[in-house]
Design a protein. Sequence first.
Length: 184
Amino acid sequence: MKKSKEFKLNTKTDLKIFVLFLLDNIRYPVDKTTVMSIVEENTNEIIIDNEEILIELVDSEHLLYDEVDGEKYYMISEKGRAVAAELYDSLDKEFREKSLRSAVKHISLSKNETSIKSSVEETGSKRYTVTLEAKDSLGEIFKLSLTVNSRIEAEQIKKNFESKPDGVYRGILFSATGRIEYLT
């Protein structure tokens, strides 16, 4: 069944939840220009002053910000993450997915304080298990183990992850969700 009406953000609260949703998914500080671009790309019909929303989210301690060389950078706070997690479902699922496509290009393991770890272990059946992990200050981002037939293949997977963690992470997100935008 096709929806008869496209979802729109109607209130300041809707927009605040949307901004928190975006920044929670990006997971690291984002400059104001980029935040505004993503918001405007997805809410071009909204009349609310988007900059005012950012100020209110900072004042309520849902967002943190810092200014570097005249540019403000925003990041979701623990308080913002806790409050917003309860409210994400109030945004239309299709709208969330559409807007996440806009934010996906900004998701990066290398732009935040993410640590990566990888290892290769031989199994009892002469196969090799490669374990890939990524963690940040909030905890585990992902942990993946693959079992392959040769040590050479296992070492290549490990080497690829260590040299391009963002690419591997996006590939995992694509494989798990089926969303092609993770590869762009």
